[in-house]
Design a protein around this ligand. Structure first.
Ligand code: EPZ
Length: 430
């Protein structure tokens, strides 16, 4: 099994290019099959979850032409089968987007119940509530969600909880339903807006994405489009926190600074200097970090997907900080790993109380999920000595060329696949 091996203690310096947003791309790929014409998608991140979804789409008959690593052409006119179940799709959360896309277009779909990162119970009741409200019959049997409707009708849907996935899924189905759908208490994340813009570029009629009320007037047909996915705010934020933790100076390029406001605000609070440009953000840290408090919230609040990376920074900040996780119930699984690197963190319910230590010390740790894995890599880069991160499979779900980008910034990190390679790296850096 591949691992990352890291020799910490080198501040990161230089420039890094951010790729397309994974969580926008997953929904946009699924939505691309809603027309029979060919859709071209650019700025696609070349990461595992994306490739798994493309494989699943190919299996049901969609024609996928990978123009290059970051560009794909999709034609959904050959789809014969609306049942999606393979061993891969069960592992990715975003498989549920095929439900909304297929239901919207064909008025029926059967998709394996989604898996994804284990960060707590992750129900999809709100997605199903939305489909049912539009008149679909929805059943769960044999590990599949089956949905079908004679007529998918526009309606008024109130989401009891702000959910990115439910908002996008309902929006997709409603784009081809009869009449008007109103989603209230909708998620406002940048990728919700990106998916709405994408669907509108295919001829959908969606207004209000980015606010908490989205209005969709269903259309009979969608058409071809060429679309470029927005930059990944979480990848960007991850590099910003890596700069902060290592006392570095990094220009994070190809971003939308507005999407990073919560991250920027917290970095300022901990004592970093931030310079904003039209499509870049520079983070300068002298390594002396201050305590602060943070609570994860739906956008524009501080993203749950940045919570572990923030905690890693606070773990070496002066004083006692708190991190409150209000979105997922089990997103502190990295704490035990970080403790092995010398962190002083106590978790009480959904609050982590972090007493800053002077430095982390290298250790062998496991990536428990995607973002926590990335956070442990940041800790390794800031630590004294050598850190080995196992289970990097998780990190590869959502970060393209993570170790390459970090190494280009001066981080001493390598991906190794044998004990021999590991020892070679250690000899080289010691
Ligand atoms: C998306 O998950 C992202 N995944 C997650 O990113 C991200 O952490 C999350 O949004 C929050 O921003 C994808 O886009 C593929 P939610 P999603 O529905 O859509 C509850 C990453 O690391 N809820 O907004 O599954 C739910 O339990 C991943 O890239 C219900 O109760 O998240 C949670 O408490 C991890 N019923 C809250 O809502 C439902 O039907 C928000 O979840 C749906 C959700």
């Amino acid at each position: 099994m591949d691992q990352y091996v890291i020799k910490g203690g080198n501040p990161l310096y230089g420039e890094v290019e951010i790729g397309g947003a994974k969580n926008a791309a997953l929904a946009i790929l699924a939505a691309a099959i809603m027309t029979d014409e060919t859709v071209t998608i650019e700025n696609l991140p070349n990461v595992r979850d994306i490739n798994v979804l493309l494989q699943a789409m190919e299996q049901i008959g969609a024609k996928i032409e990978r123009v290059n690593a970051h560009k794909v052409k999709i034609n959904g006119s050959f789809i014969q089968d609306v049942s999606v179940d393979n061993e891969f799709i069960r592992k990715i959360r975003a498989s549920y987007y095929l439900l909304g896309a297929l239901l919207g277009k064909y008025k029926k779909a059967a998709v394996a119940l989604p898996g994804g990162c284990d960060i707590g119970s992750r129900p999809i009741d709100l997605h199903l509530k939305g489909f049912r409200a539009m008149g679909a019959q929805v059943d769960i049997a044999h590990g599949l969600v089956e949905a079908s409707a004679d007529h998918l009708m526009g309606t008024h849907i109130y989401l009891d909880k702000v959910s990115v996935g439910a908002t996008i899924n309902i929006m997709m189905a409603a784009a081809m339903a009869e009449g008007k759908t109103v989603i209230e208490n909708a998620a406002k994340e940048p990728h919700v807006v990106d998916v709405a813009n994408f669907l509108n570029s295919m001829g959908a009629n969606i207004r209000g994405a980015g606010t908490d009320v989205i209005r969709i007037v269903g259309v009979e047909k969608l058409h071809k489009t060429e679309y470029s996915i927005i930059p990944d705010q979480i990848e960007a934020g991850t590099f910003m926190f890596a700069a902060a933790a290592t006392g570095g100076d990094v220009m994070v390029k190809n971003v939308i600074p507005k999407h990073l406001e919560a991250t920027t605000a917290k970095l300022l609070e901990v004592g970093c200097i931030i310079e904003e440009f039209d499509d870049a953000v520079r983070v300068i840290s002298n390594g002396r970090l201050q305590r602060t408090q943070v609570t994860t919230l739906p956008y524009p609040g501080f993203p749950t997907d940045m919570q572990p990376q923030m905690a890693v920074v606070l773990g070496i900040a002066e004083g006692t900080s708190t991190v409150t996780e209000s979105i997922f119930e089990n997103r502190f699984k990295y704490v035990d790993e970080l403790t092995r690197m010398g962190a002083d963190i106590k978790v009480e319910g959904n609050i982590a109380i972090i007493n800053g230590v002077k430095k982390y010390t290298g250790a062998r740790v496991n990536a428990p999920d995607l973002r926590a894995g990335a956070a442990l890599v940041i800790a390794g880069l800031a630590a004294e000595g050598v850190t080995i991160v196992d289970d990097i499979y998780y990190i590869e779900r959502g970060y393209e060329g993570f170790e390459t980008k970090l190494a280009e910034l001066g981080g001493k990190i390598e991906r190794v696949s044998s004990e021999r390679e590991l020892q070679k790296f250690i000899m080289k850096v010691s």
